[in-house]
Design a protein around this ligand. Structure first.
Ligand SMILES: *Cc1c(COP(=O)(O)O)cnc(C)c1O
Length: 344
């Protein structure tokens, strides 16, 4: 089997041998009865790492964000989120459809932040014509860039001022923490709730953690059951999450370094424009002339390199299954591609 180099996402990681071993030897029970010791341990450990009282093992980041909306908001209320944020754009409208909660999107600025004046202007006054604004959602990292701690502080002050609940879509929160050199709890502890993916750069096959205070998690657990998310011997999967939290957080640094190395090398190639990123984690965005972009994915696929190439910027994501030689091989492939195109 030839090893493909897969830059499409950090969700493509496969469980390591050590992770599979932890999974196969996990102590399990029926989690709907609260009997699965490995799930219970994961929920406790993850909550502590996130600076929250309690945790809930959920099937995906999408489920975590939906549970947060369902739990914080009532039918007819609304949540504010970035127009390009996952919780607004890429969760199939679940907040509106399943929670009956109206999204109020706000344009994301280039660094992923929501202009706080725009957020404040979107908060509805108490008027029965209007939905009740209940929740402010941020995303961290946003397109690979961590939110600045001062920005989070200011956003929290705004949420407090208007009695909004404050949720973090921290799908890649651990990337942000490692990049900023702070603990995950330093970032997540100031939110009322946070969801964090175990199945992206952390390398677990399935699952996210939703964390918050005990009362919030108790209510979220009921919604999770309603959504069909109550699972039984889920300790097999939770063991992978625990293994990821213990062994795959610090190493995210390697993914960030490889992304930076790739960005630097690609920016030396004539015809590629690497989007500047002063606080890079594990993503590189590049642009090129559309005529060059056209054959790129097929060319790369022939070299055993996978990347998603659509219209617009190309996103390249580093992760657990991308090595230093993979980066070198990819840079060489890009050079060849642009040489051929130059000659043509
Ligand atoms: C991937 C992702 C999610 C959703 O996670 P899934 O496990 O794929 O449902 C949510 N938010 C962001 C920012 C993500 O990147």
């Amino acid at each position: 089997m030839t090893q493909v180099i897969d830059f499409r996402s950090d969700t493509v990681t496969k469980p390591t041998a050590a992770m599979r071993k932890a999974m196969s030897s996990a102590d399990v029970g029926d989690d709907v009865y609260g009997d699965d010791p490995t799930v219970n341990q994961l929920e406790a450990v993850a909550a502590e790492r996130l600076g929250q009282e309690a945790g809930l093992f959920v099937s995906s980041g999408t489920q975590g964000n939906l549970l947060a909306i369902l739990t914080h908001c009532q039918r007819g209320e609304e949540y504010i989120a970035g127009m390009r944020s996952h919780a607004y754009l890429e969760e199939a409208g679940g907040g509106a459809v399943l929670a009956s909660v109206q999204p109020q999107p706000i344009e994301n600025q280039a660094d992923g932040t929501l202009d706080l004046e725009a957020v404040e202007a979107a908060i509805k006054p108490d008027d029965f014509h209007l939905a009740i604004t209940r929740l402010l959602c941020l995303e961290n990292t946003f397109f690979g860039t961590p939110l600045a701690p001062d920005y989070i502080k200011a956003a929290k002050a705004l949420a407090d001022k208007h009695s909004l609940r404050f949720h973090l879509d921290g799908a890649r929160l651990f990337n942000a923490a490692v990049r900023l050199g702070v603990s995950a709890s330093d970032i997540a502890g100031s939110f009322d709730s946070v969801s964090a993916c175990l199945s992206k750069g952390l390398g677990a096959p399935v699952g996210s953690i939703l964390a918050g205070d005990k009362a919030f998690i108790a209510r979220a657990r009921r919604w999770r059951k309603m959504l069909g998310g109550g699972t039984r011997q889920a300790g097999i999967l939770a063991a992978a999450g625990l293994h990821a939290l213990d062994h795959h957080v610090d190493r995210l640094e390697e993914d960030h370094m490889r992304a930076e190395r790739l960005a630097a090398a690609l920016s030396d190639i004539d015809g590629i424009s690497v989007h500047p990123c002063p606080m890079r984690t594990n993503m590189v965005f590049i642009s090129m002339d559309p005529s060059r972009q056209k054959g790129l994915a097929a060319f790369m696929r022939d070299q055993g390199i996978l990347m998603t190439v659509e219209d617009g910027p190309i996103r390249i994501v580093t992760h657990l299954d991308i090595s230093d030689p993979d980066i070198s091989k990819t840079v060489e492939a890009f050079k060849r591609y642009f040489d051929i195109r130059q000659a043509a």
